[in-house]
Design a protein. Structure first.
Length: 323
């Protein structure tokens, strides 16, 4: 990502006449976006080093594994979506953008810099897409642990296998904690970068929609550019939303398990062993131990995405007003 920043600075400096009418807000947002990409690579290196020293990957594999090899439809869908994203972004990076830039008079050195910049963008997107898909699969496996525990709970009400249920719940809790330690800081930077990406594309859309006020570097009609950037936002948004909805499925599974425990408790006397065992299961999950956070700063859920989009629109309005 350091190479990406250097190539980008070199290309934009050599072609600064094409970008002279860009607002200061776009430039600042672009710099912050590249900064978050560089920080993301540093976090990955630190994470890999930490995993090597603390054996977090082994712990994650132990607690989060595939329970039933016959039920992998979600994994297949996520993997297929990953390849579709990569193909679409490959077309966007090396075909659509390249054809747009060829309308401008740039020399061979600038063309090579442009190719290197686009290649760096594609490598970074490929990395993010793989991380998002892998994270989503891990979260879905944790959700499956809770689903199996819920099935065991309702299998035989008079002879509940508390040991097996405790095992599944413990694996789900430990899997969630290990996931947060592995991907917490990376997801924090990733969602912050996605926030900046929304602001940048909103500003670009306004720039395209007002050709008389702004001189835009791409020579294409307004409708084509609007469709182009809307598709870009959809491609980039798949990963963050997939993780959020997977985390939301885990939260719903926890609520379902707790509700089932409360319902079954009513069938036993409060002095019975089964009643106290169900109480212990409820207390374990009732403390919110199975949750996913971005470095313990924000909890990953749907309200977080709404907050990010609202904040992005607010900053976008501020940029339009002041610049």
């Amino acid at each position: 990502m350091v190479v990406l920043v250097l190539f980008s600075i070199a290309f934009y400096y050599r072609n600064r006449n094409l970008y002279q009418d860009l607002t200061l807000g776009i430039v600042i947002t672009y710099i912050l976006s590249n900064f978050t990409q560089t920080c993301g690579c540093l976090v990955v290196l630190i994470t890999l080093y930490t995993c090597r020293k603390t054996h977090l990957w082994q712990k994650l594999y132990k607690n989060v594994n595939i329970l039933d090899n016959d039920e992998q439809q979600c994994h297949i869908i996520i993997t297929a979506a990953l390849f579709v994203q990569i193909l679409l972004y490959f077309y966007k990076t090396f075909m659509a953008d390249f054809l747009r830039f060829t309308h401008d008079s740039i020399d061979v050195i600038d063309l090579h810099l442009l190719i290197l910049v686009r290649l760096s963008y594609f490598i970074h997107f490929f990395y993010k897409a793989v991380i998002c898909s892998f994270s989503t699969i891990i979260i879905l496996e944790i959700k499956r642990k809770l689903s199996v525990a819920n099935e065991q709970l309702n299998l035989n009400l008079m002879n509940i296998d508390v040991t097996a249920i405790h095992t599944y719940i413990y694996q789900a809790i430990e899997g969630g904690k290990t996931f947060n330690r592995l991907f917490g800081y990376r997801l924090l930077i990733f969602y912050f970068q996605w926030f900046l990406f929304i602001v940048m594309n909103l500003v670009y859309i306004i720039t395209i929609a007002n050709p008389k006020k702004y001189t835009y570097i791409y020579h294409a009609n307004t409708l084509e550019n609007l469709i182009y950037f809307v598709c870009d936002i959809i491609i980039i948004a798949f990963g963050p939303f997939a993780i959020v909805f997977a985390c939301d499925m885990v939260a719903k599974e926890v609520d379902k398990f707790i509700a089932a425990c409360y319902e079954i408790e009513e069938k036993f006397h409060y002095t019975s062993i089964e009643y106290h065992e169900l109480q212990s299961l409820t207390s374990i999950l009732g403390n919110g131990v199975v949750q996913f956070t971005a470095a313990k700063f924000i909890e990953i859920k749907r309200t977080m995405m709404l907050s990010l989009m609202t904040s992005a629109i607010t900053y976008f309005i501020a940029l339009v007003e002041f610049y």
